[in-house]
Design a protein. Structure first.
Length: 251
């Protein structure tokens, strides 16, 4: 496959840059949950660029290190052996709180989301969390979540190892400041403007006067995504890989 970067490839490259942020704690062991092909692509891209990182895919079809499923992931995280995780939400608000329960009155009977599962534990016990949601709209990015599955920040007496590093959406990249419990717009994806992002975001945030454009993947990154990364992902995410890149070279 040739041609310009596709939106999914741009998102993977943006996530990879966040993973490699030199100002953030090192990401030596990254875990990726179910239904997360773009974060998985970002992690594989980091590995194929030559960075020493261990990647654990919770739903890897073969060679899965989690032989007992999520219980082992939670054990590793509790022991401080997972450095980075990805979380999303049916709703995400400006304090990096996430809602995976539903909308409307308790128990969230307006729209039902898949459920919190281990999100609260992972959010508090992982040193770095990158929030990721392709849809960027006022129904997802809300002033305040209807129900709290996992908090973006906690009181001083509550032990937690870390919080959100950033929020990446289909429109932009936000950085999170836990001291202020507030996002700041870091970059807008090509085709977006400061005004278009503001109009589609339900929460308030900080923004520079001139908003940088999210960089496209480099030629090297595109070649890796469309070759070695695709080959690594084809078994676990066959539909995603076929839609984006076609059949793997090793098929």
């Amino acid at each position: 496959m040739t041609g310009p970067a596709r939106p999914e490839e741009r998102l993977a490259a943006a996530l990879a840059r966040l993973i490699l942020d030199p100002l953030a704690p090192p990401a030596r062991h990254i875990a990726v949950g179910a239904a997360s092909p773009i974060p998985a692509a970002a992690c594989w891209l980091v590995a194929k660029l030559g960075h020493p990182v261990r990647l654990s895919l919770l739903h890897k079809r073969s060679g899965n290190p989690f032989t007992e499923g999520s219980r082992e992931l939670f054990d590793l995280t509790g022991q401080g052996r997972i450095d980075l995780f990805f979380l999303g939400g049916g709703q995400i608000d400006g304090e990096a709180n996430i809602n995976l329960i539903g909308t409307g009155e308790w128990p969230g009977m307006g729209v039902r989301f898949p459920g919190s599962f281990g999100s609260a534990f992972m959010y508090l016990m992982t040193p770095r969390t990158i929030l990721f949601r392709e849809e960027h709209s006022p129904r997802v990015l809300v002033p305040r979540v209807d129900h709290l599955s996992a908090p973006g920040t906690s009181p001083p007496q509550v032990f937690r190892r870390g919080t959100a590093q950033a929020l990446v959406t289909g429109r932009c990249v936000f950085r999170f400041d836990p001291a202020r419990a507030r996002f700041a717009l870091e970059s807008a994806h090509p085709g977006e403007t400061a005004a278009s992002i503001r109009a589609e975001t339900g929460f308030d945030y900080d923004a520079p006067e001139d908003v940088p454009v999210t960089p496209d993947p480099t030629p090297e990154e595109l070649a890796l995504l469309r070759g070695p990364v695709r080959d690594e992902m084809a078994e676990t995410y066959p539909d995603f890989c076929a839609r984006l890149w076609g059949a793997p070279a090793t098929a």
